[in-house]
Unconditional design. Sequence first.
Length: 154
Amino acid sequence: MDQTFIVAFWSPFPSSMTKFCRSCFAPVFKEYGNIQCLDCGNRQDLRTRMLLMHSDLVVIMLHQIHNEIQHLFCKMVVPCRNCIYVVTDYIPGWGFDLKDISLEFRIPKAHLACIPYCPGIGTDQRPAIREYSYMNFDLEVERSGLKILKALGF
């Protein structure tokens, strides 16, 4: 019998991206077996912390805001053993980029991904034209999905 994996999408701060990312990655995961995706939103109650602690992987959604990331690592206890950090609405070259986050907070690059800023994402509408000179949205989402799968052992 195939092993079942639990992937929890969670944000320590209010975010509308947990539901989007869960629905974005879930179809990709179907190819790899029984991977169940949970949307934990930004809840921090005891039940949610227990779910996070017992999940095979927690995808922690962060904003590209230094104070929030610093608060997470310096003042909070991350309630999981295996996690990937995904910076949502990411804008490259915006003063505090993935390289800075990785260096300052000692996050291995394999555990740090991003979802580029794209108008309409997080709502039910994606723009018809998605040509951005700074980053290819679909490519970055695919890279993030591969990092998530690698963290699960695929």
